[in-house]
Design a protein around this ligand. Structure first.
Ligand code: MN
Ligand code: MN
Length: 318
């Protein structure tokens, strides 16, 4: 198929060249593009460790390892999908409201061009302006949220916009179809007895890590699919869903999480859903000298692209 595709690693070694995601062409157009990788290097919303501003470059760097055929999903991605690295959206470090406008404004032309965006965060505060842009283009979407935290707090340090509050704001602003939305992976100590119930009262279905681990990943996948149904869905994946043994480079780690294998399995399980956007957030490369966190993040993004390619493959086969 015609379209944008990465450099062939058998022709040019993988350590060579300027680092884009999977060594894709860096192109700022939507013409002839199905999927765009978009960096959002912003971490002013973080409440504990900072450094997710360096997430996109770390994920891009290690993504050079990825090959073109997804063996598990049986799809040769670039035979079905034209993919580019769109570069980073503009942000203003230290100024969250300004950055929200820049992120939303930067994303709109991509969405208006009919392109499926995959954002590399950034801390989790960036998902709110992403959802604002998604809602303008697609209307409210189902949210499929993987995280060890609900991120449905009201205020942090007296402020409404932080990485602990985006999903409460998204409900208030009616950016998501809360009846079709689900949060999975919550664990660790919480602020109070009603912390998780708060999210449920907002209308989210919520599956804790303990519950998902007791019932198994396939049951979690079923629950997500039932919940999202035919709605257009946005997937937001906080890397701290995964146990810090596998993903130590993150801002607010919680023990007792999922393995990298389980994370890949649950993402592949989203294959039949109508997915219109994705993000992968909270990678802090400086807390992980081995860069296994960025490596896992790159592989999860690879599965996101594969899901879109798989759908296009099925469509072309009728
Ligand atoms: Mn989060
Ligand atoms: Mn989290």
């Amino acid at each position: 198929m015609k379209g944008y595709r990465p450099v062939d690693p058998r022709e040019s070694p993988r350590f060579a060249g300027i680092k884009t995601f999977m060594r894709l062409p860096h192109v700022k157009t939507t013409e002839g593009v199905d999927v765009a990788i978009v960096g959002v290097p912003f971490d002013t919303g973080a409440s504990y460790r900072v450094g997710a501003r360096f997430g996109p470059e770390a994920i891009r760097s290690v993504s050079a390892l990825l090959r073109h055929h997804n063996e598990v999903l049986d799809v040769s991605i670039f035979d079905h999908c034209s993919v580019v690295d769109y570069g980073d959206l503009p942000v203003n470090p230290g100024y969250i409201e300004d950055s929200y406008k820049m992120i939303e404004g930067g994303l709109l032309p991509i969405l208006d061009g009919g392109v499926t965006p995959i954002m590399l965060g950034g801390d989790h505060s960036v998902t709110l302006p992403e959802l604002r842009a998604m809602a303008k283009t697609h209307g409210p979407v189902a949210l499929i949220h993987f995280d060890s935290h609900t991120d449905t707090g009201d205020k942090r340090f007296g402020r409404r916009y932080t990485h602990g509050t985006p999903f409460r704001r998204a409900v208030e602003e009616e950016l998501i179809l809360v009846d079709h939305s689900i949060q999975a992976g919550m664990r660790g100590s919480v602020y109070s007895r009603d912390s998780l119930d708060d999210a449920r009262k907002m209308g989210f279905d919520l599956v804790t890590s303990v519950e998902a681990q007791e019932r198994g990943i396939d049951e979690l996948i079923r629950r997500i699919r039932d919940r999202a149904g035919d709605a257009k869905a946005f997937v937001s994946f906080d890397i701290d869903f995964v146990d810090p043994a596998y993903a130590p480079g993150t801002g607010t780690p919680e023990v007792g999480g999922f393995t990298s294998r389980e994370a890949l399995r649950v993402v592949r399980g989203l294959r039949d859903l109508d997915l219109v956007g994705f993000d992968l957030v909270e990678v802090l490369p400086q807390y992980d000298p081995s860069q296994i966190t960025a490596l896992l993040a790159a592989n999860i993004v690879y599965e996101f692209i594969s899901l879109i390619a798989l759908r296009k493959k099925y469509e072309s086969e009728g």
